[in-house]
Design a protein around this ligand. Structure first.
Ligand code: HEC
Length: 120
């Protein structure tokens, strides 16, 4: 009984997540970002590898994450230093991870910020 209930709960969650994703992506394939590992170590690959798209909507990465700010909007008018600071030292107490400084190497961070700014 318990297993059945859990399974049903899980399915309901998946269904809800898909509904939200399909709605926010306008019917495009919302999961493509996660399933698209790029061979090149470019900014998109870093964005995907670090899971940024699970929290942030960002058109250039085709991500629709609903938790953090929409980066297409939030990055408008920001310069390189601003964006780096937001990634390395986010507002404490939010869901933005605070350990990217240790998880992203400096060259990868450069590529990531290039990628984020290129879409502005
Ligand atoms: C677990 C969810 C989560 C993940 C993963 C995440 N973020 Fe965030 N992010 C947030 C939240 C919540 C905020 C808002 C708080 C803040 O501004 O610090 C935020 C803020 C930001 C901001 C500042 C936006 C503004 O309003 O100026 C940037 C830039 C950003 N994230 C980029 C990234 C990048 C790049 C990655 C991947 C390396 C990433 N985030 C991963 C949740 C997340």
């Amino acid at each position: 009984m318990r297993a059945t209930t859990l399974a049903a709960g899980g399915l309901a969650c998946v269904g809800a997540a898909m509904t939200i994703a399909a709605f926010t992506a306008g019917g495009d394939e919302p999961v493509r970002t996660a399933a698209q590992p790029t061979a090149a170590r470019d900014g998109l690959a870093v964005f995907i590898a670090q899971g940024c798209g699970s929290c942030h909507r960002f058109a250039a990465a085709e991500s629709v994450g609903p938790i953090g700010p929409d980066l297409d909007v939030a990055l408008t008018g920001k310069d390189r230093a601003d964006v780096e600071r937001k990634i390395l030292a986010p507002t404490p107490g939010t869901m933005m991870p605070e350990d990217f400084a240790t998880r992203i190497s400096p060259p990868d961070l450069d590529q990531l910020v290039d990628f984020l700014l290129a879409a502005q």
